[in-house]
Design a protein around this ligand. Structure first.
Ligand SMILES: NC(=O)c1ccc[n+]([C@@H]2O[C@H](COP(=O)([O-])OP(=O)(O)OC[C@H]3O[C@@H](n4cnc5c(N)ncnc54)[C@H](O)[C@@H]3O)[C@@H](O)[C@H]2O)c1
Ligand SMILES: [Fe+2]
Length: 383
């Protein structure tokens, strides 16, 4: 038995922020980061509320550590929040999800007594609809994906106008996170008809609208489509799971501090090649992952008359998208210290092997194979 749930109410499109007008006479905690606060985003959100007492916690940082969550819980207690509104990228929404869950437990608040709104300002993680919150242990350099249905936000507000200020690099990284979610969920061992439908739509929207959103940040149609794609890919992987791309991205990103979407994007063509496993065709039968990549290539109108052709064209198209978005192909090109990668090699492999997302990868993975993929993404000698 599998589950596909739409339990988050999703308000989307231009003007979606108007939904907040129905929040009346509440003590509201807005969770955000310093940068968003400087842009005046919490004030903009607060202006939609009706007779509310508003407290702003702007202490979130990218890849939020446990300390940020603890500080947020403290703020929550001080203002006795009844409503939490998370406004920001995946880091902010993840932090707010953890803050809300811990505060709820500590203060023994009943679920229906606490409102919660997730308002993403990047089109990337889909965190507004997922059961995950990725929290970083700074001391150990490890990213932990917490996983509980209690973390899923009850309401998501997808207002594309909030993403217009995202600079091209943030747009590119987040957008490639969407593509990685969709392509991983599509071939994961938990994939199902419902998640497949979401993935196919999300992948087409990304290829069509991400270059536009990157080049012309004020294009509201492109922004809206990317916001919807991000949410759909989130719904898909929340049901189907992810795979090796994310386990390696969590491991490398946690240690080398590379933006989550960027490291996903650098890994993606290598992981597609690994999962398709074209060099190991048994009795003329390709792997299910390879056949599904061919199907996605067809959805994208790429030449795909054979599995091999479809897979290779999909990989080429992902590489081309990375180049359009000015995302480096390797850690070397990115400017990472390969000596550090060499030193951390065993730790990175161990962290990827123990990341929960690896459990739904379509191809079973061994340490040696992760070592080879690490060398590929490094783009230089690390052994
Ligand atoms: N919960 C999940 O299901 C899930 C899934 C994938 C990734 N993640 C996690 O989410 C985090 C990444 O989130 P992200 O990619 O959204 O980036 P982010 O939240 O870390 O934000 C990146 C930067 O962009 C800035 N920013 C955000 N919105 C902006 C806007 N509209 N205008 C200008 N600047 C803006 C932020 O201030 C920040 O400096 C990682 O920690 C990753 O591990 C979570
Ligand atoms: Fe992700």
């Amino acid at each position: 038995m599998q589950e596909f749930s739409f339990s988050t109410r999703i308000f989307f499109g231009e003007g979606a922020l108007e939904r907040l007008r129905r929040v009346e006479d509440r003590r509201v905690l807005i969770v955000t980061d310093r940068f968003m606060a400087e842009l005046g985003v919490p004030d903009r959100v607060a202006s939609h509320l009706t007779r509310c007492t508003v407290t702003v916690f702007d202490g979130v940082v990218p890849d939020p550590p446990i300390e940020v969550v603890t500080a947020g819980v403290q703020k929550f207690k001080e203002c006795q929040a009844e409503t939490v509104i998370a406004v920001g990228g995946g880091s902010t929404i993840d932090a707010a999800k953890a803050i809300r869950a811990i505060a709820k437990q500590a203060l023994q608040i009943e679920t229906d007594k606490m409102e919660c709104f997730a308002v993403p300002t990047t089109s990337g993680t889909g965190s507004e609809v997922t059961d995950y919150a990725v929290i970083t242990d700074k001391a150990k350099g490890l990213k932990y994906p917490l996983d509980s249905q209690a973390l899923r936000p009850p309401v998501a507000i997808l207002d594309p106008e909030l993403t217009v200020s995202a600079p091209p690099a943030v747009t590119a990284d987040a957008g490639m996170d969407v593509l990685t979610h969709a392509l991983e969920a599509y071939v994961s061992t938990g994939a199902n008809d419902f998640s497949d439908a979401m993935c196919e739509k999300a992948v087409s929207l990304v290829f069509r609208f991400l270059p536009l959103a990157f080049q012309e940040g004020t294009d509201l149609l492109a922004r809206e489509k990317m916001h919807n794609a991000s949410c759909m890919a989130g719904l898909a992987f929340n049901s189907a799971g992810l795979g090796l791309n994310h386990s390696m991205a969590h491991a490398i990103g946690g240690k080398l501090h590379i933006a989550h979407g960027r490291i996903n994007a650098m890994l993606l063509p290598k992981i597609l090649t690994f999962n398709a496993d074209l060099t190991n065709v048994q009795k003329g039968e390709h792997t299910l992952a390879a056949k599904k990549y061919q199907r996605i290539a067809k959805v994208l109108d790429l030449p795909a008359s054979s599995v091999r052709l479809g897979v290779n064209n999909l990989i080429r198209e992902v590489e081309r998208l990375n180049r359009t978005l000015k995302i480096p192909a390797t850690l070397k090109e990115y400017g990472a210290d390969l000596g550090e990668v060499r030193t951390l090699r065993e730790e990175l492999i161990a962290a990827a092997m123990s990341d929960v997302t690896i459990t739904t990868n379509p191809r079973p993975v061994e340490e040696g194979q992760i070592g080879k993929l690490l060398a590929q993404v490094a783009g230089g000698p690390i052994a």
